[in-house]
Design a protein around this ligand. Structure first.
Ligand code: ATP
Ligand code: MG
Length: 191
């Protein structure tokens, strides 16, 4: 599976629809402070089914929606009511999980909408509405999930150096791909 394109609409600072082509060999994103580099990585985690608002530097999940910009003196843009991120994944090599493996291109999208009673979240795979779990599983099997050690947050390297030994061990287990086994063993023991 190859991430090919990321499209953000109303997500954090990306208020207008913004397309990023992800070409082979991409190794880094550079730009001035505050231009949205970290927001981009967070969008990728979010569309893969991230559930922790804190990991996305948000107080609540609604904080990923563009909150408006500008001041009274300088007219800015009004806040948005929804945000969407879509990720296109090339599957020419046919390495996607069985359920999607007949498709050469897989599009995963997640949308969050503000409602009077809170927020509503919708996930789609190739246009069909699915559960958050279906999206998380699509990536989990490829070891590319939202919590995958392949995505390194800003500050994570120094966090790791300063971490308590037991927390450092959790990280290494995640990297070694055995963290999922603990979850399954725990579930089995509960039965
Ligand atoms: P640095 O080089 O300092 O790490 P960066 O390129 O990683 O910067 P980000 O942290 O991705 O920058 O972007 C920060 C910007 O995103 C800030 O200007 C912040 O106001 C804006 N931002 C974050 N959330 C929202 C939101 N919900 N609505 C509007 N703007 C937002
Ligand atoms: Mg940053």
């Amino acid at each position: 599976m190859e991430f090919q394109r990321l499209r953000l609409t109303g997500f954090k600072s990306f208020v207008e629809p913004t397309d990023f082509e992800i070409r082979p060999g991409l190794t880094g994103i550079v730009g001035p402070n505050g231009c949205g580099k970290s927001n981009l990585l967070e969008a990728l985690r979010w569309v893969m089914g991230a559930t922790s608002a804190k990991a996305l530097r948000a107080g609540g999940m609604e904080d990923v929606i563009f909150a408006g910009s500008g001041t009274a003196e300088r007219t800015g843009r009004p806040p948005r009511q929804w945000a969407e991120v879509a990720l296109q994944i090339g599957n020419e090599t046919r390495t996607a999980p069985d359920a999607y493996n007949d498709q050469p291109l897989i599009e995963v999208s997640r949308r969050i909408t503000k409602k009077a009673e809170g927020t509503q979240s919708t996930y789609r795979i190739n246009g069909k509405e699915v559960r958050a779990k279906d999206v998380q599983l699509l990536f989990a099997d490829g070891a590319t999930g939202a919590n995958s050690p392949a995505l390194v947050r800003q500050g994570q390297v120094s966090d790791l150096i300063n971490a308590k030994p037991e927390n450092r061990r959790k990280f290494l287990e995640e990297a070694a791909g055995v963290a999922g086994l603990y979850t399954r063993r725990h579930e089995a023991e509960l039965r």
